[in-house]
Write a protein that binds this ligand. Structure first.
Ligand SMILES: *Cc1c(COP(=O)(O)O)cnc(C)c1O
Length: 415
């Protein structure tokens, strides 16, 4: 067995990891689905738990030697139940996408109809976009947002009455408004549909009690653990007791093999963190920071989709300012600010060069940035976008970004 440390054994990989740490530390991470995990979570990810096979669930495994693995997985389950008030939790989904696929197979038969939100209005690929494999298995129909940018409840109800879906799906990747779960549950009951919420983006805001929680209301709720929830890269499913067996079977043996227990340990640690009173402050600050960006971009004359934000993200149409989403992303990249280009509702442009950019505050808030820093960040973004073809301006913004980030060290204990 090779007992050398990474630095000695594989300097090429070690160097790439160090460069990535530098990149994360010296730039402004504003992709709203990204975050920085704690040192404790990082330690769990790099632990010996990665060596163990543990197919099955706590107390019912297909492999021997799982007594400590069971402790880890049960703690993750119990903590998630406490955070969200869930009746049943499965912490094994490898990520958000497989969690969603497992939910569909648990609840439905091939060919059944699912009513979800249009991708360009904020939905996710796994909600039935034609490029996904899952779109070949189930019949996805779509509702949209209204002219004010809110979920069009009349359209949703009309689509539900017309298509009689087996499942109504809410929860989004680029939608910045609160969701009225009881109203959607009422429509689902009217047409006899099951309800599923995908809270991948907003799980941390729900855990921090800053957004509505669908878990007590909906049949099934899927999430990622690595976005606002600030855990390791992974997924999770919560459901009512009636669906527990079906959900567990759909994950294993239906879709996955051995669970990644090092990752599940990381989830358990992140959940412990999310149960601390400080996590409520974190969630509040994420929203307060997003509100500053909303105010500043309105002042600068940008068009905010959905009329603004109730959560951690903003979707901004940049085309009225004379550039495209791809050009904006590239200019900001040069300036050390990471965002992503994104479609706006009914975008006339293509996914590879859409009209908008999507940006958010979870990662910067983890670094300790507050309202005053957001004012600075908004001004830097505005300058980079206004002078997006001027390399000298982008260079100067990059230097200011670097100076700002130096005040908020990331993983100083790794230095
Ligand atoms: C990010 C996201 C997913 C997918 O998660 P992965 O971990 O990338 O597979 C699913 N649904 C929504 C709404 C998301 O935002």
């Amino acid at each position: 067995m090779n007992k050398q440390h990474l630095t000695d054994y594989d300097p090429a990989i070690q160097k790439a990891i160090e460069s990535e740490l530098n990149r994360q530390e010296s730039g402004l991470e504003m992709i709203p689905s990204e975050n920085f995990v704690s040192l404790a979570v990082l330690e769990a990810l790099g632990s010996v738990l990665t060596n163990k096979y543990s197919e099955g669930y706590p107390g019912k495994r297909y492999y021997g030697g799982c007594e400590f693995i069971d402790v880890v997985e049960q703690l993750a389950i119990d903590r998630a139940k406490e955070i969200f008030g869930a009746e049943h939790v499965n912490v094994q989904p490898l990520s958000g996408a497989p969690a969603n696929v497992a939910c569909y197979f648990a609840l439905l038969e091939p060919g059944d109809t699912i009513l979800g939100m249009d991708l360009s209005h904020g939905g996710h690929l796994t909600h039935g976009h034609p490029v996904t494999s899952i779109a070949k298995v189930f019949n996805f129909v779509r509702y949209k947002t209204d002219a004010q940018g809110l979920i069009d409840m009349d359209n949703l109800r009309a689509m539900a009455l017309e298509h009689k879906p087996k499942l109504i799906l809410v929860g989004y990747s680029a939608y910045s408004r609160e969701i009225d779960y009881p109203a959607i549950k009422q429509i689902a009951d009217e047409v006899g549909a099951m309800t599923m919420a995908d809270i991948a983006h907003i799980a941390g805001l729900i855990a921090g009690k800053q957004m509505n929680n669908p878990v007590p209301i909906f049949d099934v709720v899927s999430t990622t653990t690595h976005k606002t929830l600030r855990g390791p890269r992974g997924g999770m499913i919560m459901c009512k007791k009636d669906f527990a067996k079906k959900i567990d079977k759909a994950i294993f043996p239906g879709l996955q093999g051995g669970p990644h227990e090092n990752n599940i340990a990381g989830k358990a640690i992140a959940f412990k963190e999310a149960l601390e009173p400080a996590f409520v402050d974190y969630a509040k600050q994420i929203k307060a920071n997003a509100k500053v960006l909303e105010r500043k971009f309105n002042e600068f004359g940008y068009t905010l989709m959905f009329g603004g934000t109730d959560n951690h993200l903003l979707l901004i149409d940049v085309t009225p300012k004379g550039l495209t989403g791809a050009e904006a992303e590239k200019a900001l990249d040069h300036a050390g600010i990471t965002v992503n280009k994104n479609m706006i509702p009914d975008d006339p442009r293509s996914p590879m060069d859409p009209s908008g950019i999507r940006l958010g505050t979870p990662a910067l808030t983890t670094r300790g940035m507050k309202e005053a820093d957001m004012e600075t960040v908004a001004v830097l973004i505005e300058q980079a976008l206004t002078h997006h073809t001027d390399e000298s301006v982008l260079q100067r913004v990059r230097e200011e970004v670097k100076a700002l980030t130096l005040q908020f060290p990331l993983y100083p204990e790794h230095r």
